[in-house]
Write a protein that binds this ligand. Sequence first.
Ligand code: NI
Ligand code: MN
Length: 227
Amino acid sequence: MAVSIRWLGHSAYSFDIDGHKLLIDPFVSGNPVAKAAANDLDAEVILLTHAHGDHVGDSVEIAKRTGALVVCNFEMGDWFMAHGVQNVFQGNPGGTFSNDWMSAKWTVAHHSSSFPDGTYGGQPNGFVIRGGGATIYHAGDTCLFGDMKLIGDEGLDLALLPIGDCFTMGIDDSIRAIGFLQAKRVSPMHYNTFPPIEQDEAAWAARVEAETAASAVVLEPDGEFSL
Ligand code: NI
Ligand code: MN
């Protein structure tokens, strides 16, 4: 029972859960900080938080090449099927996708969601992911919200939180979010990809250690750690 977590940069992750591959928001091509190439990414499941280009990323290409199941909201699933990806599971907040090695429950996220071609992408989401004996929250793109307390009740081993400000919560609100989420570990995402979301991740980590009960895990793009 083990999970290894590789941060691809931005909000993109590759998880290995007991030998199975999960990709989240795989934005690699055109991502100025990513070191991985889309062609080298493998997946059985691709989890997508919302339809913005910096989250859908290389999903269509990877899904077609690998046959991975795309797990996303209803409107996004329709768009994928219209773009030649038939292996789709559609849900919405409160719903859970599960197979024999993982589950992912949709949570709300406060943000917007449209595809780069302008198609409406439904409501944005986060996910509570369970697998390999661990419970992990990927917040997607969102501001701070009070119902993060309810997500914290799930018993989180790890929370992946945006800290870039501008399009999502910034550092101050991420510290308050950590207080609600009560995760054992937190790792930052959605920062330093582009100039409007530049942040000092070392200063963030110092505040996490000083002001919260969580441990901060700061990775370089393509960095990895295990739970
Ligand atoms: Ni977004
Ligand atoms: Mn984004």
